[in-house]
Every structure is written in structure tokens, then in C-alpha cells.
Design a protein around this ligand. Structure first.
Ligand SMILES: *[C@@H]1O[C@H](CO)[C@@H](O)[C@H](O)[C@H]1NC(C)=O
Ligand SMILES: *[C@@H]1O[C@H](CO)[C@@H](O)[C@H](O)[C@H]1NC(C)=O
Ligand SMILES: [Zn+2]
Length: 547
């Protein structure tokens, strides 16, 4: 007994550096590197600074009236692959680009008063893809990986099963249309890519973006129409007021060169952009088609009723590359503003889906600089919408479809370049990056049993430079942990907690009195102006019968 007490008290006397989990090692940072990093604000050394910071936050929360109102407009922002681990590095980059330490920064969506966490697994997948997750967060149902807008009764690639209308799901965009509101989609990927397709397509395979891909799988496009065809010719896509993104090649015949000299991919000889224009002309709708930024900005002046913009044959370029190359391609913020200006013409309101779709691509390539810049591009779009749409009428929700396997490694000092080398080295004395991946194409074979020193790469820290990864894989994988949800606007409190991703459209629909959720909310039957006129008509009919 005495002996064990002695051991215990001896253990308490052991100095901190003997904690084997947190060794007190000297950082290997050079004086030159340390001199270039921003220093924390001197004010942060006082306790007062952090007390005031906390009290300001309390006041902010107290002033966040929880709107028990009905949302007229809903904008859903989706950061494809925007893992929680991407958030802190992205906000730090934002601050460091402005010459500050960075960690203290807040992104526009990080200012939203309510946050939650969503579980992203799919019906048959522990770690999901962007198709089953899009079906979850737009149609409200968990389904099989790789499928879009059809229930879990449809196995991937089973064209026949997907023709059964009992498997067909409706998206929140369709619920909005059914309520007389407008709907639109914006993305930085091909508009036929999995995430935006969740708003309008029903397909047993996300890869069937054009008819040639349906045929290549041995199916008849008359039975299982491709995703581009569904967008232009099927409900609800054919009623969308705004369609902005990339992917012209899925709409054009394989014999046609498009505006930027890229070949179409369709084998049915159809030009779906021409079909869209013909539809609008037949209906006498004011409309515009744009394939470059100049044309889009021209359309700003007097927004048409219908706007189609396809700015690349495939995905849009990474925004940082558009900026560097001074290309005539719109930013996600500009696309978002154009969409809001068109959709706001409807006094009943709208549902808009905005995707920052290439955060995912940059992560798959193990290129953290691009992933962070794309996150900031999405944040710029959120800031634009936040400025244009008042809180009392408009619900803004931001989330991700799934995570990635990028890690934010220790232990650098405050203000260290977020895209730089860690202050620590490995036990092998080889440097490592603050941001790295557990798998992906950034893997380097060991040399003489030692890890490669990535700091001696020719293109070290260039925008397209790949950081290191542990497991060699052609494409880095998605991750399986939860993703964050941020919300502001009417009924924002619904979005707190940890829940299934498939709840999201139902929560948004509850807030906006749309879809099946509306029947379950008393406020919905009270608030709708339409209902008042229905009652008036019923009363006059009753009066007529009485007479
Ligand atoms: C283009 O489509 C036609 C069918 O219309 C097909 O025969 C041809 O192989 C396709 N060409 C390419 C390059 O895919
Ligand atoms: C943008 O599109 C318009 C209309 O086709 C064209 O006149 C203009 O040259 C294009 N701009 C660029 C930079 O290609
Ligand atoms: Zn992905």
C-alpha cells in the first residue's frame, strides 16, 4: 500500500516532457521561416481579450432570434467533399492571405448561428459517394451507392428496376415547383454530375450522363434516358428557371464542336441546348443561354425568366486557376448572384441548390492548396447570398456530402503557413507537411527505407503540388465520418444536433412549408396566402349552393 503510494507520488513528480504521448520536442523550425510568419495580435496575451471575445459571442447568440417563421426562399450550399478537417485549414488560409495568423478567422458560413452534424453512410455503403448522398440530402431517402433519385429497391446499373415508377423519388426542388415556387441549380462541376443531378434525375447509374454511356452499358436510352436528356426534357429539370454549371459535352452530338472547340459526346445526334432554346421559344418565355462570363454578366442587367449557362465542356476550372489565367469564366459567387436575381422574380419564392463541386476533386488529387481555395470560393458564394437574402425570409443551409482523408497534423506554432511544413519532423528526421493524406496519388516510395523529403520537389508548394500520402492510390478516397451542417434563417434551430443526412430536405421543407413535411406543421396551413384564397373560393361555392 505504502509502496504503491510512493510510486504514485513519484509519478506525479515526473516532469512534463516524460509524457510519452506528447513529447516536449524542440521544433525544427528555422529562424528564417519563423521570421516570415504572422505573429498573434499582442492583445491576445491578456485574459480580457478572450473574455470580451466570449461575451460578444454570447450577445450575438442572444440576438439570434430563432425565427419561427416560414422560409420563402431556401438556398442549399453543398461543399462536395468539404470534410470537417477542411474547415480549420480553409479559414486559416483566408486569414493568412490577408497577412494575419489565420486560426482566428471566421468564414461566412461559420457565422451562421446553428450548426449540426450529419451521418453520411448510404444504404449499401459505409463510406458513401456523391450520388447516394445527393439523393439523401435532396430527396430525403438513403439509397444505394451510385444511384440517383430512385429508392433502395434499385441496385446500381439495373436499368430495368429503375423504370418502375414506384421507386421514383421527388426532390425538394420538385416540392418547391409543386408549391408554385421557382427552382434552380448551380455547380462548378458538370451540371449532369452526381450532386446537382440529385435535384432532377432518376438513374440507376450516375455515370449515364449522356446517351452514349447508357448504350455502352447495354441499355436503351428510350427506357433509361440519360441524365442530360432528363434535365432538359423531364420534370422537374424542364421547369428549372436556372441551370448554371459545366458539362456542355453531355448536351451536344459527337459530331459537333462546341463554342470552345470541344467535341460533344452524344451519339443520338441531338443538341439538347438547341432543344432547351426551342422549348423556351415555343412557350414564349424570356430566356438566355450563356457559355462565358461576359454573357452571364450581360444577363444580369435585366434577368430573363429562364437562364441556362454551361461554361465548360466538362467541369469549370479551379477558381484560383481562372484568376491566375484571367479566363472569361464566372466565379461560383457570380453564378449564385445570377441565380438569385433570376429566381427572385417569383414573389412566392424559390429553392436554389449551389454546389462547390471541386473541393472533392482537389482532395482526390491530394492537392490541399486547391481544396482550400475552392472552399473559399464556395464561402464567397455564401457571403454573396447572405448579403442578397434577408434572414427573415430566406433559409441558407450549408453542408457537405461526405468527408475525405486529409489530416491536419501537429504541432506547429500559431500562424505557421497552413500549406507549409510542420514545425516538427518525423523520427526519421524527414520533414512532413501540416496537411497530408492517409491515401492517394501523393504517395512517394521510400528511398533506402526512408520517406521522401517532399520539400525538395521541383514544384514544392505550387498550387497544383501534391502533398504526401501514406497508402498509394490513384485517387484519394472519401472518408466516412460525419459532416457539418450550418444554417441561418427561419426555423434554423431545426438543424442542430447529430442526425441522418437524409433528414436535411425534410428539415428544409418543414422550414419552408414544402413537400410532405408541410402537412405536419401547423404554421404552414396558416401562413400560405394560397390557402386563404382557397378558403375564400370554398366559402363562395358554399354560399352559391345555399342560395
Ligand atoms: C458518334 O456517334 C455515332 C452514332 O451516332 C457512333 O457510331 C460513333 O462511334 C460515335 N463517335 C465517337 C467518336 O464516339
Ligand atoms: C463570349 O461570348 C460572346 C457571345 O458568343 C462572344 O461574342 C465573346 O467573344 C465571348 N467572349 C470570349 C472572351 O470568348
Ligand atoms: Zn469524390
Amino acid at each position: 500500500m505504502l509502496a504503491s503510494l510512493l510510486v504514485l507520488s513519484l509519478a506525479l513528480l515526473v516532469p512534463a516532457h516524460a509524457d510519452r504521448y506528447h513529447p516536449e520536442r524542440a521544433a525544427t523550425v528555422t529562424a528564417a521561416v519563423a521570421a516570415t510568419a504572422a505573429m498573434p495580435d499582442e492583445a491576445e496575451r491578456s485574459a480580457d481579450y478572450w473574455y470580451s471575445e466570449a461575451f460578444a459571442a454570447v450577445d450575438e447568440r442572444l440576438s439570434n432570434h430563432i425565427y419561427d417563421d416560414v422560409a420563402k426562399n431556401v438556398v442549399m450550399f453543398l461543399g462536395d467533399g468539404l470534410s470537417v478537417a477542411t474547415l480549420a485549414p480553409a479559414r486559416t488560409l483566408r486569414g493568412q492571405l490577408a497577412g494575419r495568423t489565420g486560426e482566428e478567422e471566421r468564414l461566412a458560413f461559420e457565422r451562421f448561428p446553428v450548426t449540426g452534424l450529419a451521418k453520411t453512410y448510404c444504404l449499401d455503403a459505409q463510406i458513401p459517394d456523391s450520388a447516394c448522398t445527393a439523393t439523401a440530402y435532396l430527396c430525403g431517402v438513403k439509397v444505394n451507392r451510385g444511384t440517383l433519385g430512385v429508392s433502395g429497391a434499385v441496385p446500381r446499373w439495373d436499368c430495368g428496376a429503375s423504370t418502375d415508377s414506384a421507386t421514383h423519388l421527388e426532390s425538394i426542388a420538385a416540392w418547391a415547383l409543386a408549391d408554385g415556387r421557382s427552382a434552380g441549380i448551380v455547380t462548378s462541376t458538370r451540371i449532369t454530375h452526381a450532386s446537382p443531378a440529385g435535384a432532377y434525375a432518376r438513374s440507376a447509374n450516375r455515370g449515364w450522363e449522356n446517351d452514349a454511356q447508357v448504350r455502352a452499358a447495354g441499355h436503351d436510352p428510350a427506357l433509361c434516358p440519360d441524365i442530360a436528356d432528363q434535365l432538359i426534357n423531364s420534370y422537374p429539370g424542364n421547369r428549372f428557371k436556372v441551370i448554371l454549371g459545366g458539362g456542355r459535352r453531355e448536351f451536344r452530338p459527337n459530331t459537333t464542336m462546341d463554342e470552345e472547340n470541344d467535341l460533344g459526346r452524344r451519339s443520338d445526334g441531338r443538341d439538347l441546348i438547341e432543344e432547351w432554346l426551342a422549348q423556351r421559344e415555343r412557350a414564349g418565355d424570356s430566356h438566355a443561354y450563356a457559355w462565358n462570363r461576359t454573357q452571364l454578366l450581360d444577363a444580369f442587367a435585366s434577368p430573363p425568366d429562364y437562364l441556362l449557362g454551361l461554361f465548360e465542356a466538362t467541369h469549370l476550372r479551379y477558381e484560383e486557376e481562372v484568376r491566375e489565367g484571367n479566363l472569361d469564366e464566372p466565379t461560383l459567387a457570380e453564378l449564385t448572384e445570377a441565380a438569385i436575381r433570376v429566381l427572385s422574380k417569383n414573389p412566392r419564392g424559390f429553392f436554389l441548390f449551389v454546389e462547390g463541386g471541386r473541393i472533392d476533386h482537389a482532395h482526390h488529387e491530394t492537392r490541399p492548396a486547391l481544396a482550400l481555395h475552392e472552399t473559399l470560393a464556395l464561402d464567397d458564394a455564401v457571403a454573396r447570398a447572405d448579403a442578397l437574402l434577408p434572414r427573415a425570409s430566406s433559409l441558407l443551409v450549408l453542408t457537405a456530402d461526405h468527408s475525405h482523408v486529409m489530416a491536419y497534423n501537429g504541432y506547429s506554432r500559431r500562424g505557421n503557413d497552413i500549406l507549409g511544413v510542420s514545425d516538427y519532423r518525423g523520427d526519421d528526421e524527414v520533414p512532413y507537411m501540416t496537411l497530408s493524406y492517409t491515401n492517394g496519388p501523393g504517395y512517394r516510395p521510400h528511398i533506402d527505407g526512408k520517406r521522401a523529403d517532399v520539400t525538395s520537389d521541383h514544384t514544392f508548394q505550387a498550387l497544383r503540388w501534391r502533398t504526401h500520402a501514406d497508402v498509394p492510390l490513384e485517387s484519394e478516397t472519401h472518408g466516412g465520418e460525419d459532416v457539418a451542417v450550418f444554417a441561418r434563417g427561419p426555423a434554423q434551430a431545426l438543424f442542430t444536433g447529430l442526425y441522418e443526412q437524409s433528414q436535411l430536405p425534410h428539415l428544409m421543407a418543414h422550414a419552408a412549408c414544402l413537400g410532405p413535411a408541410a402537412a405536419r406543421r401547423a404554421l404552414c396551413s396558416h401562413s400560405a396566402a394560397l390557402d386563404a384564397s382557397v378558403i375564400a373560393i370554398l366559402l363562395s361555392v358554399l354560399a352559391a349552393i345555399y342560395h
